[in-house]
Design a binder for this molecule. Structure first.
Ligand SMILES: Cc1cc2nc3c(=O)[nH]c(=O)nc-3n(C[C@H](O)[C@H](O)[C@H](O)COP(=O)(O)OP(=O)(O)OC[C@H]3O[C@@H](n4cnc5c(N)ncnc54)[C@H](O)[C@@H]3O)c2cc1C
Length: 632
């Protein structure tokens, strides 16, 4: 099938020929019958290659439902770059505008940009590094074409791996010709997880194949179910609760914000990638100011907080050649907080010299989210079935299937299983693989909140503040706008009980975080009951809220699932093929849930990962090993 588009005069030399030579323009496109197709774009003109491919893919009746494009560039594209392309090729104008919208905050590293309502995914690596080369090499893809003199080791390596011997087109145009017809697996000895399909999943849309079973319907399970349903799988979600999100994800409201570290460590990179994903989902599916708010956030860098890292120095004084692009990209995420932003939080602007680390950071891509609303929106998909009051007790493999048994004596068949049970995951996994070591730690926490005070407390921040716990003002609840502060960290209990001592601790920490507010506002004393509730330890098992220790306050407690390295656990279970784990989202389930699910679904389907494969490797479930024992 040939495109009917007239050839614009301005195509770069050889571009049109390369486009025509590509698989998907032939009479029987190689991608026919594939649900998903991955194409690596040339480094030169990658933006134009993206736009033309996208436009042609939209017209092609047999095109795969999901198209994945890989690209790498030294310099992140600016909105102006996309606008100039739209001027030169007006037909691509709307597509270029969508790209311009998606291309923000492109710091060095891998970014997953979602286009065309999620049907088109762009994995874009900004900057060059050995990690970039390893990613390009180990990510299976077809190759779109290469510029006449490929520059950079990645292009050369890919060419060696994926090109067939030169075709006749080689002489006619300076461009290398067709990619091989079969998907090519990059490195013969993959050193990184996730680039190969783990197993051939049953045809997603088959009505006869058993569904994929997802155990748990908190942020982890709901995100996994959604990521798999988006790929065409039927998914059955089993949960012990009477409704979804009754574990830690029943948190009334939580913060979503990036982590900042001087070396831009994996957790920092994960949180930025996760935020990009959850913000896109929220914009498309949730009610702004009701279910979530992209309010921005002031992070106070409190002295004595050991975990507070520095900003990566390179972002403040980058190499001259990429100064502006890097500063622009960093400033899409955060800037030193201004005096006005401090005042809006009822805080004096800190005095500091130019040379110092900022004492306050303004996070632009941050805000609050009601996790239960997020979970509900994730589960709202025609291929997802939710079954409540189904407590999984154990599972076994039989033939091609897995059978999950529940407390009521029923057995549920699945072609694959995703374990996303939060702190209960360890028990089920231990039964499945008794030899294995699962250092998943329950970590109880409690938040305290109340109705927003009247005008007497004029120091009330207009946006969230964190730095010593988090304060979230103006969160709408059925009884009006509320504030929330949290949370506590308690390793000694694994039950979601509300404790008066935690309420005390929350209120005293709040007074340190917002000292001026504490001068004029005394939550908990409004009805004369103050904080004198020692000993009133009210158990509750994951009720939404409130569990009230004080008539004027509300408290909520839940149990997180954590690991000692503070990273999530995501990936296939060795020793139980077809079983996958997604848990240990710690205190960052809102920010990380969707991203981790995307990692998992990409691993299951052999698609490019949304994060650097080296970082995905750090999340694998079998990273915990007991010494001298043969364990996972
Ligand atoms: C006090 C507190 C404050 C927090 N604040 C924030 C915040 O500001 N920002 C943020 O991003 N994160 C925050 N978190 C963390 C966030 O809530 C978690 O990371 C997230 O909810 C974890 O989701 P999950 O799906 O892994 O676990 P859960 O939400 O606990 O889900 C597990 C599910 O498994 C089900 N289940 C358990 N056992 C079984 C079984 N045997 N069979 C079937 N179903 C079962 C449960 O019913 C539950 O639905 C906070 C957590 C707490 C406790």
């Amino acid at each position: 099938m040939k495109p009917d588009r007239p050839r614009p005069a301005q195509w770069p030399a050889g571009f049109w020929e390369a486009l025509q030579n590509s698989q998907w323009l032939s009479d029987t496109p190689a991608w026919t019958g594939h649900a998903h197709w991955t194409l690596g774009l040339p480094e030169a003109h990658w933006q134009l290659a993206l736009l033309s491919t996208w436009a042609l893919w939209e017209k092609e009746p047999h095109a795969p439902r999901r198209l994945h494009l890989l690209a790498h560039t030294e310099h992140p594209p600016s909105a102006d770059d996309w606008a100039s392309l739209a001027v030169d090729w007006p037909a691509f104008g709307p597509l270029a505008a969508e790209c311009a919208q998606a291309c923000w905050g492109l710091l060095p590293g891998l970014h997953r940009l979602v286009l065309a309502q999620g049907r088109l995914q762009l994995s874009l690596w900004v900057g060059s590094s050995l990690a970039r080369d390893a990613w390009w090499r180990s990510t299976p893809h077809q190759t779109w074409g290469q510029p006449p003199n490929p520059t950079g080791p990645a292009s050369t390596m890919v060419r060696q791996q994926v090109f067939l011997p030169p075709s006749r087109h080689k002489q006619e145009s300076a461009w290398p010709a067709r990619a091989s017809a079969r998907p090519v697996h990059g490195s013969a000895q993959p050193i990184l997880d996730g680039s190969q399909p783990l197993m051939e999943p049953a045809p997603p849309r088959s009505q006869t194949a058993p569904p994929i079973l997802v155990l748990g319907s908190g942020l982890a399970g709901a995100s996994a179910a959604r990521a798999l349903a988006e790929r065409g799988f039927r998914v059955r979600v089993l949960d012990a609760g009477t409704a979804p999100a009754q574990g830690a994800s029943g948190l009334p409201v939580g913060l979503m914000t990036p982590h900042v570290s001087g070396d831009d460590n994996p957790l920092s990179r994960l949180t930025r990638a996760g935020l990009r994903m959850v913000l896109a989902h929220a914009q498309a599916h949730l009610r702004v100011s009701e279910d979530w708010s992209p309010s921005g956030l002031l992070e106070r860098r409190m002295s004595g907080k050991a975990r507070r890292g520095r900003w990566p120095e390179a972002w403040l004084s980058p190499h001259p050649s990429d100064t502006w692009a890097l500063i622009d990209a960093a400033q899409d995420w955060f800037t030193p907080a201004s005096a006005a932003q401090h005042h809006a939080a009822g805080l004096p602007a800190p005095e500091q010299s130019q040379a110092e680390e900022p004492k306050g950071i303004w996070h632009l891509q941050a805000g609050w989210m009601k996790p239960a609303a997020l979970v509900a929106s994730l589960l709202n998909h025609p291929l997802i079935e939710w079954h409540g009051q189904t407590t999984a007790t154990h599972m076994h493999a039989q033939g091609q299937s897995w059978w999950v048994h529940d407390q009521q004596g029923r057995a549920h068949e699945g072609q694959q299983v995703v374990v996303a049970l939060g702190p209960s995951s360890a028990e089920l996994l231990q039964k499945l693989l008794p030899q294995a070591h699962w250092p998943l730690e329950p970590l109880r926490g409690q938040v305290t909140g109340g109705v927003m005070p009247g005008p007497e407390s004029n120091q009330m921040p207009s946006h969230p503040v964190n730095g010593l716990g988090s304060f979230l003002p103006g969160v709408p609840m059925p009884d009006g706008p509320t504030w929330w502060y949290g949370s506590t960290y308690d390793h000694s209990r694994s039950e979601p009980v509300c404790l008066s001592q935690d309420q005390d601790s929350n209120l005293s920490q709040l007074a340190i975080l917002l000292p001026l507010l504490a001068d004029t506002w005394h939550p908990g004393e409004a009805k004369g009951v103050g904080l004198q509730h020692q000993g009133v330890d009210t158990p509750h098992a994951g009720e939404a809220y409130p569990t009230t220790l004080d008539a004027s306050l509300r408290n909520w407690a839940g149990v997180r699932c954590t690991t000692h390295d503070r990273l999530p656990v995501v990936g296939p279970l060795e020793g139980a093929p077809g079983v996958h784990v997604l848990t240990a989202l710690g205190s960052r389930g809102i920010t990380l849930g969707l991203l981790c699910a995307e990692v998992l679904a990409s691993q299951i389907c052999g698609e490019p990962l949304p994060i650097d494969p080296a970082v995905a490797h750090l999340l694998r479930p079998h990273r915990f090993k007991k010494s001298n024992k043969s364990l996972i």
